[in-house]
Design a protein. Structure first.
Length: 131
């Protein structure tokens, strides 16, 4: 018996925790852009591309935190993060460590994973049978 096989029963719970943390990170980015909390240098004008991204981050962040419409929200968030990487980060430098795009890439791929894996055992989708 593999020592790691003992962890398998907890995989749905850990998947839910991953979904919640990713949702909180997206929510954090959205609130910084839209309501200025936490205070950052980001203050995009209404209806600008970064402002629209902030709205999408707010909505998908909330949906991921509560586990509602997890797969569609994760799909939208994944696309948003990939778009942000190629528009805002990649033109600066090829390497993510140099262009500041580490978070965008990680968020894009974790959200992409959630599209296929679902939201885990904790959340509205799981309770309503939509997982």
């Amino acid at each position: 018996m593999n020592v790691f096989s003992r962890f398998s029963p907890y995989a749905p719970i850990v998947l839910s925790l991953l979904r919640i943390v990713i949702g909180l990170v997206l929510l954090h980015h959205g609130t910084a852009k839209i309501i200025g909390f936490p205070v950052t240098e980001m203050n995009p004008p209404a209806m600008s591309l970064p402002w629209i991204a902030g709205i999408i981050e707010l909505i998908t962040g909330v949906l991921l935190v509560i586990g509602l419409f997890t797969r569609p929200a994760a799909f939208l968030a994944s696309g948003l993060c990939a778009f942000a990487y190629f528009i805002a980060h990649a033109p600066r430098d090829f390497y993510p460590v140099n262009n500041g795009g580490d978070a965008a890439i990680l968020l894009a791929f974790v959200c992409f994973y959630l599209v296929f894996a679902g939201g885990g055992s904790i959340g509205v989708d799981a309770k309503t049978g939509r997982a």
